[in-house]
Design a protein around this ligand. Structure first.
Ligand code: NAX
Ligand code: ADP
Ligand code: K
Length: 490
């Protein structure tokens, strides 16, 4: 698991480390790591044009010291100072000693220089930044975006909120972010994620001083740990039986996709109850199907309720029936609309409840998610005593105790009808397999994203493609690679 940290957590870890290291040593570690990523990105350093955007804080100091290292290897480095009287003195001196040039950042010539550079290093603001970029800085960020340079943010893209990823106005558009000590939450979620590009982590020794993280990103290995294959003692029941209430006579597709996703994630047994029974039976002969109520379906270890089932009285009574059990229940789509009108249906449930809203469904519970998506998911989770999975480019999962996960997988091609129904089936299967609810939701989002990446390798994907690629996604996450003809079934 990758811990995601806030600026305050970084500051608290820096304090003892700064006290225990010689003055300037930490910044030199950061600058060395930063320069080495820049060297890799440039390939050849000698003669390349490097522009440093330098603000008034230590973030600008990092850029200047890294620039000095690049100048020492023959790069033509120019520092563009946003506030020439307040640039980091040691950094400035080092750059000058290495033969770098310095210009003021408020003229047209500075913008031209930036637009013609091979590499632009953004050292305007780091974790001390507040709010969006001011005029001069915003013009330079625009020049970098319009030019052909590789754009690299120092620690965080200037103008993003390091804790939330929120952008107030303009922020630096980085292709790469070289971040120090820990991955900041704001680099992987919301607008911060798209401004950060590829994140490179440079170890500066913060580890022993860091408080435990409360937000995490799962890796393939973390997800694989929850996906152990069946043992010789297992039978179709012991793997966890999923109950699906989804789709309707008018919209059978949601039932078909959700049931298929549950089957393909953990093919023990899936029971379906609902009015799309004929469609589900035809698509998935492996499922046990009834057109009756959930109670008629037989025993299950988790329920998935909501996709395409409608919001009428019958749907409401089915939702209430499922929520009255003490089993884990995933509530999605139409069931979320019903629940938003009666949130007490989930407060105080004995079994876990996972809500999987997209932004519009989330807003039905009272407030828009806004730019702090982790905070918004945490607040709703705490209010309702549920796990909240807030969908998006980076899906966020929050547990009622504040533990959060930000998903690292996926592709914008997932923005197509029915992919949410597939996610519900995947998470339902993981809940039935016994994973704790927040982990099931986070692992489900991870697998869903991996399946999306596989399905989108050669172009657009449909929700059904996601279902088909799920076994391969599970195999890849477990490190098994793509199966070849002749491989043994074991
Ligand atoms: N403390 C340390 O020893 C280390 C710090 N590091 C670097 O230091 C950075 C943090 O440095 P600082 O605390 O100096 O903070 P910053 O470098 O983020 O700069 C803060 C300064 O910018 C001004 N400012 C804030 N918002 C602004 C805005 N919207 N427009 C214009 N000016 C604004 C503030 O008044 C303050 O003077 C980290 O992000 C990292 O890059 C690294 O070198 C590692 C070691
Ligand atoms: N731009 C995007 N980038 C990555 N994933 C996305 C994007 N837009 C949507 N998704 C994902 O696609 C799925 C869409 O779910 P949802 O909106 O419920 O669709 P539906 O109701 O049609 O099934 C979610 O898992 C969401 O995270
Ligand atoms: K920066």
């Amino acid at each position: 698991m990758i811990g995601l940290h806030t600026a305050a957590e970084v500051r608290s870890a820096e304090e003892p480390l700064l006290a225990a290291t010689p003055p300037g040593a930490l910044m030199q570690r950061a600058a060395a790591g930063l320069a080495s990523v820049c060297v890799r990105l440039l390939g050849r350093v000698y003669g390349r044009r490097v522009a440093l955007l330098v603000g008034t804080g230590n973030n600008g100091g990092d850029a200047l010291l890294a620039g000095a290292r690049l100048a020492g290897r023959g790069a033509r480095v120019t520092a563009v100072l946003l506030d020439p009287g307040r640039a980091h003195p040691d950094g400035l001196a080092a750059l000058r000693r290495a033969g770098g040039r310095v210009v003021a950042g408020n003229g047209r010539s500075a913008a031209t220089l930036v637009s013609r550079a091979d590499l632009v290093l953004d050292g305007i603001l780091g974790i001390g930044g507040r709010g969006g970029l001011r005029r001069d800085a915003a013009d330079l960020a625009a020049a970098a975006a319009d030019g052909t340079a590789v754009t690299v943010a120092v620690d965080v893209p200037s103008g993003i909120d390091a804790d939330t990823g929120a952008v107030d106005g303009v922020a630096f558009p980085a292709m790469h972010t070289v971040t120090f000590g820990v991955v900041k939450v704001g680099l992987v979620v919301g607008e911060g994620r798209s401004h950060a590009g590829t994140v490179h982590l440079v170890d500066i020794g913060l580890g022993p001083h860091l408080p435990s993280a409360t937000a995490f990103q799962l890796t393939d290995a973390d997800v694989a740990a929850g996906l152990s294959p069946p043992s010789g003692d297992d039978d179709k029941y012991s793997q966890g039986v999923v109950g699906v209430v989804a789709g309707s006579a008018t919209y059978p597709g949601a039932g078909v996709l959700c049931t298929g996703a549950a089957l393909r994630t953990r093919p023990g047994l899936v029971r379906y109850a609902g009015t799309a029974a004929d469609g589900v039976r035809a698509a998935w002969p492996e499922a046990v199907v009834t057109d009756g109520r959930p109670a008629d379906a037989g025993r299950v270890q988790s329920w998935v309720v909501g996709p395409g089932m409608g919001t009428g009285d019958d749907a409401r009574s089915v939702l209430a029936e499922v929520l009255a059990t003490d089993l884990p229940v995933l509530v999605d789509a139409d069931a979320l609309t019903l629940l938003a009108a009666e949130p007490d249906l989930v407060r105080g449930r004995e079994g876990a409840t996972v809500l999987t809203p997209h932004d519009r469904e989330f807003a039905r519970f009272g407030t828009e998610p806004g730019q702090d998506r982790v905070g918004a998911a945490r607040r709703l989770a705490a209010d309702l005593g549920c796990v909240v999975l807030l969908k998006g480019e980076a899906t966020v999962v929050a547990d009622a105790d504040g533990t959060a996960f930000v998903n690292a997988t996926g592709t914008p091609w997932l923005a197509t009808a029915g992919t949410g129904d597939v996610l519900s089936g995947i998470v339902g299967a993981l809940l039935a397999a016994g994973l704790p609810a927040a982990e099931a939701a986070a692992a489900g989002a991870h697998l869903h994203g991996r399946s999306g990446q596989l399905a989108a390798q050669h172009g657009p994907l449909l929700a059904g493609d996601l279902v088909r690629r799920l076994p391969e996604a599970v195999g890849r996450v477990r490190g098994l690679g793509a199966p070849r003809l002749g491989d043994s079934a074991a």
